[in-house]
Design a protein around this ligand. Sequence first.
Ligand code: URA
Ligand code: SF4
Length: 219
Amino acid sequence: MTSGTGRAGRAGEERAGAQQWVPPDADVESLRAAAPGCRGCELWAGATQVVFSTGDERARVMLVGEQPGDREDREGLPFVGPAGKVLDEALEAAGIDRGRVYTTNAIKHFRFVERGKRRIHKTPGVAHIEACLPWLEAELAAVAPGVVVCLGATAGRAVLGREVKVTAERGRHLSRPGPDGDLRVVLTTHPSAVVRLRGRPEFDAAFEALVTDLRAAVV
Ligand code: URA
Ligand code: SF4
């Protein structure tokens, strides 16, 4: 389902896809070194920098988010903003050391709209997911994790190659082909969805559900 070198997306917007910028059979370090050169879709142009991955490249657990946010775009690292804080808290509550997981995003450049001085997150389209997928596939091959945790529907769509509904599918046994046969996939909510509930009565249940899914991923 990789878009390869074809056209995808709306008329007039050429998205070549990342494939030609992804070095073959590369380790994570080589992928990270090559990523700033990617012109696989138009998102690189508005962003400050590419945001690749962080963490242990031999990790058993791979976490996949959606795309970098405002803070991540400025700092060049995934999950360092408000969603990252909730993710850290949830990992800690689940007994998972963030240094021992590999953390990345489905899309490596920040997509946003400008409103005055603020840059507001804009959900990536399917064409962006497909354009950026060669990076994620190369990371899956390089890290060869035992389980992939998809944080939200965009990550789920990228990893599973189909539309997903988090509320309907979380807690299910999911899998996809991996470098060593079937690869286990856990689908859970995006930490940003939990962040939005802060101060509301639903927060605790949403946070606990995220922790439960993370715990289930490491058993
Ligand atoms: N949200 C994501 O999906 N990824 C990040 O890196 C930050 C926020
Ligand atoms: Fe390349 Fe992905 Fe950035 Fe698009 S979002 S330019 S495909 S790295």
